[in-house]
Design a protein around this ligand. Structure first.
Ligand SMILES: [Zn+2]
Ligand SMILES: [Zn+2]
Length: 247
C-alpha cells in the first residue's frame, strides 16, 4: 500500500469515527462517505438548473419559453464572459453544504459537491472547444485562514472530468475583498473591480477559458476575473459555478 493510500484509509477511518454514517446536513438520516456524508433525502432537495434560463447569466426562468432570452439584470450590462452557467440552484441545502465545506473545512463533503458540479457541467461543456480552467483565486490572507481554495479544488475535479488542465498561475487576487453577502449588485461590482491582477509573463493566447467558482450571485466576481483573463489574450471565456443564487 502506498503512503497516499495508507493516508487515505486512515483519513477516512478517522472521519468515520468523527462522523459516523449520518447525514452531515440534517443529522436525521444515514449517509455514506462516497456521497460526502449527505443523505438521500438532502440530496433529493437539490435542483439542477435546466432551460429556460437567461442566455447570458444563466438565471433560471420559471415558465415555458422556447426562444433565447436575456433577464432584466443583464439588459444594458456588459460582461467579459460569453455566458455564465451553474449546475444547481443555491437553495438552503446547497448553501448549507457549501458553508460547511468552506467555513468549517468539511472536505469530506467534496464527493457530493463534485457530483453536483460535474453532472451539470460535463454534458454542457464537453466538445465545445474549451482548453483550460481558471479557478477564482483566493487572496493569500484568506488562504492562510482557510487553508484551501474551494474554487481551485472544484476546478481540479472538473478539469479531470473534462480532461483539460487547470491554470492557477495566471492571475492573483491582490485585494482581500471583504465578504460580499451584504452588498447590492452595484456595490459588489465596485468592491471587486481591482481585486485581481495578471501575473508577469502569463499568457492566455489561443485559449478558451472556463472560469470556475463555487457560487455565482451577481456575477461581479467572475466578471472581474474574466476581465483579467481577457487582458491575458484569451479567445473565449465562459463561467461555470457549482451553484447559482436565484434572488
Ligand atoms: Zn440529510
Ligand atoms: Zn441574465
Amino acid at each position: 500500500m502506498t503512503v497516499m493510500a495508507t493516508w487515505k484509509v486512515w483519513r477516512e477511518a478517522s472521519w468515520g469515527w468523527l462522523y459516523p454514517n449520518w447525514c452531515h446536513l440534517c443529522d436525521a438520516e444515514r449517509a455514506a462517505a462516497e456521497n460526502g456524508y449527505v443523505g438521500d433525502h438532502c440530496r433529493s432537495q437539490v435542483r439542477f438548473i435546466e432551460p429556460p434560463y437567461c442566455q447570458r447569466c444563466g438565471l433560471p426562468f420559471k415558465g415555458a419559453l422556447s426562444t433565447p432570452f436575456e433577464c432584466e439584470n443583464c439588459r444594458g450590462e456588459s460582461f467579459e464572459f460569453e455566458f455564465a452557467r451553474a449546475s444547481v440552484i443555491a437553495n438552503e441545502t446547497v448553501r448549507l453544504a457549501l458553508h460547511q465545506y468552506k467555513y468549517h473545512r468539511a472536505l469530506w463533503m467534496e464527493p457530493c459537491l463534485t457530483q453536483w458540479l460535474v453532472s451539470g457541467a460535463v454534458p454542457a461543456l464537453t466538445n465545445q472547444g474549451w482548453t483550460c480552467i481558471v479557478p477564482v483565486p483566493l487572496h493569500s490572507v484568506r488562504y492562510r485562514e482557510r487553508e484551501f481554495n474551494q474554487a481551485s479544488r472544484l476546478a481540479h475535479r472538473l478539469g479531470a472530468a473534462l480532461g483539460i488542465p487547470v491554470q492557477e498561475n495566471w492571475i492573483v487576487r491582490t485585494a482581500p475583498t471583504p465578504t460580499q453577502t451584504r452588498l447590492n449588485r452595484r456595490e459588489r461590482a465596485v468592491n471587486v473591480q481591482n481585486a485581481f491582477e495578471t501575473v508577469k509573463n502569463a499568457s492566455a493566447r489561443n485559449q478558451s477559458v472556463i472560469i470556475v467558482d463555487d457560487i455565482l450571485t451577481t456575477g461581479a466576481t467572475t466578471n472581474a476575473v474574466a476581465q483579467v483573463v481577457r487582458e491575458l489574450g484569451a479567445d473565449r471565456i465562459c463561467v461555470w459555478t457549482l451553484a447559482r443564487a436565484v434572488l
